[in-house]
Design a protein around this ligand. Structure first.
Ligand code: AMP
Length: 546
């Protein structure tokens, strides 16, 4: 910025880049005694301090640089949530590299496609995931593969040991001068249609996102707190939690590969976790475990769970309140870094009757600072009246403007530069967003829309129901009709008729599902959401015939 641009005056403020180097330096300097706790593959606990993390992340940066990492080179990870993944989260970007977290739950063909499309040069991998690497290796071009011995065993021949890479560091690493707009990380979206698409985060967007996430009105990160991301570090940077926690100097707690209710509750209790986050399916399982044995766990006071990735049913929010655990719903996408809105009550809302408060908490919330949101039907913005539906579009400094080497059409970005989220929402006068569906999941019956999300949430409020997904099935008369696929709680019984009776006072009659299917488990995507495309495949033909 200068006077040649016609400005009468310049600010006197310094030009200071927003980069992860600052976060790492701050962590090492001010919080060196704060702990980072991880569960290893054999369930034992690994402990290090921010001081260790600082030295090791810098050692990794030095090791990668010596291994030939150049600016912008991709360093892939294939790892669970733990200390070494955190080291890579910082070590690769502060060396000028790009941390590319690969989703270990994807099919081998997708992992191969993504690694090749991103042109990953290096890979850091958990020893327990080597069988996956063996399958991917012949079709990819990793120049060096570093293995983290999280199960404590020896690293097999043909691979390099991550610990040896770190041990070989001399400790004289100097950061390159990084511009805040340079890439720091990348993540591919796991869409259900088409090829996965890469989103590239910059240092600036990552720092701004961490800053936003740390706000008291957002996830609220602070010193003295302990946070446990259940959401994987390969899914949208674990919702930015590792960066936000480091910014704030909070204790990190990582579950490693052990994501079952028992292990998570044990870790939450033992490490006095005050903030955790993940998709609803994780918390549904945990709530069931708590209801089964309410006396067994002593959960820390003030525990908050950030729930997002798919809609948090109101029954989940109410259920955890019974155990004095606060569920806070958030919304976001890989494309939005991801945290873009969160449902926290204003002072005035806190005084509303209980049912109204729950209804607000079951919404996806208000956009965070610098995230602009609008609801559109074609190219018209619809009123924020809490009832007119349209597509949610967003823009902001940590929202992607394109995909990496993947041209897309007007269905993804508007001509005036907004991201089309594909989510169908209503916005109320307070700016709270309520998602009714993904565009492709809406049910169109007799020309009118039915929200599968609303039905699912209400069905999951039935005492016998553990999980429910509602899909559209073709219908010759109505075009589409809702089918509910339900998993009952162990030992519980309910019929479709009984559930419809339970729903009767909540919905218009024509919204109620025509049919129910009871199954043992709802198929999930690689990020733990209900995989509705699989259910549609499974049930469409059968119901068309009936
Ligand atoms: P992903 O990029 O895999 O994180 O998926 C992003 C999508 O997840 C969004 O576009 C929404 O459809 C869905 N999603 C995220 N958070 C929520 C939420 N709180 N409620 C409903 N859907 C959500």
């Amino acid at each position: 910025m200068d006077l040649e641009k016609g400005l009468a005056m310049e600010s006197t403020m310094m030009h200071y880049p927003l980069t992860l180097v600052h976060l790492l330096e701050r962590a090492g300097r001010y919080f060196s005694k704060v702990e980072i706790v991880s569960r290893r593959a054999d369930r034992s606990i690994h402990r290090e301090t921010y001081g260790d993390f600082y030295r090791r992340a810098r050692a990794l940066a030095e090791g990668l640089t010596r291994a030939g990492l150049k600016r912008g080179d991709r360093v892939a990870t294939l790892m669970w949530n733990h200390y070494a993944h955190l080291e890579a989260y910082f070590g690769a970007p502060v060396a000028g590299g790009v941390l590319h977290s690969l989703n270990l739950r994807l099919h081998i063909d997708d992992i191969t496609y993504i690694a090749n499309h991103a042109e990953d040069r290096f890979l850091i991998v958990d020893d327990v995931l080597l069988p996956l690497v063996e399958q991917v290796k012949p079709h990819t071009h990793f120049e060096r593969i570093f293995v983290v011995p999280i199960s404590g065993g020896a690293v097999p021949g043909g691979y390099e040991n991550y610990e040896e890479l770190l041990a070989s560091a001399r400790g004289d690493f100097r950061y390159p001068e990084i511009d805040e707009y340079e890439p720091a990380g990348m993540c591919y979206t796991s869409g259900t249609t088409g090829r996965p698409r890469g989103v590239v985060y910059s240092h600036r967007s990552t720092v701004l996102h961490a800053y936003n996430a740390a706000l008291p009105g957002a996830m609220s990160f602070r010193q003295g707190q302990a946070m446990l991301p259940v959401v994987p570090m390969f899914h949208a940077n674990a919702w930015g939690m590792p960066y936000a926690a480091t910014l704030a100097g909070a204790k990190h707690v990582y579950p490693g590969p052990h994501l079952d209710a028992e292990n998570l509750l044990d870790l939450i209790e033992r490490e006095e976790v005050t903030l955790s986050a993940g998709v609803p399916t994780v918390w549904l399982a945990i709530l069931q475990a708590l209801e089964r044995e309410p006396k067994r766990w002593k959960l820390p006071d003030g525990l908050e769970l950030i729930v997002g990735g798919s809609a948090a049913p109101e029954s989940l929010i109410r259920g955890f309140d019974r155990h004095r655990v606060k569920v806070v719903q958030a919304w976001g996408m890989t494309e939005t870094s991801p945290l873009a809105s969160i449902a926290r009550l204003d002072r005035e809302m806190a005084a509303l009757p209980e049912d109204e408060r729950y209804a607000i908490r079951a919404k996806q919330g208000r956009p965070l600072p610098f995230v602009e949101a609008r609801v559109m039907v074609e190219d018209q913005e619809v009123p924020a009246d809490g009832k007119t539906m349209g597509e949610l579009q967003v823009r902001g400094p940590y929202v992607t403007a394109s995909y990496y080497n993947h041209p897309v059409g007007a269905d993804k970005f508007t001509a005036d530069g907004w991201l089309r989220t594909g989510d169908v929402v209503m916005m109320d006068a307070d700016g709270f967003i309520k998602i009714t569906d993904r565009t492709k999941d809406l049910i169109k019956s007799g020309g009118e829309w039915i929200s599968s999300v609303d039905l699912e949430n209400a069905i999951m409020g039935h005492p016998a129901v553990a999980e429910a997904a509602v899909i559209a099935i073709p219908n010759p008369k109505w075009d589409e009709r809702p089918l509910a696929v339900v998993v009952l709680k162990p030992g519980a019984r309910a019929t479709g008729e009984e559930i419809n009776k339970f729903l009767a006072d909540k919905f218009a009659k024509w919204w109620l599902p025509d049919a129910y299917e009871f199954i043992a488990q709802i198929p999930r995507t690689s990020t733990g959401k209900f995989l509705k495309s699989k259910l549609r495949e499974q049930f469409a033909e059968r119901n068309r015939a009936s």
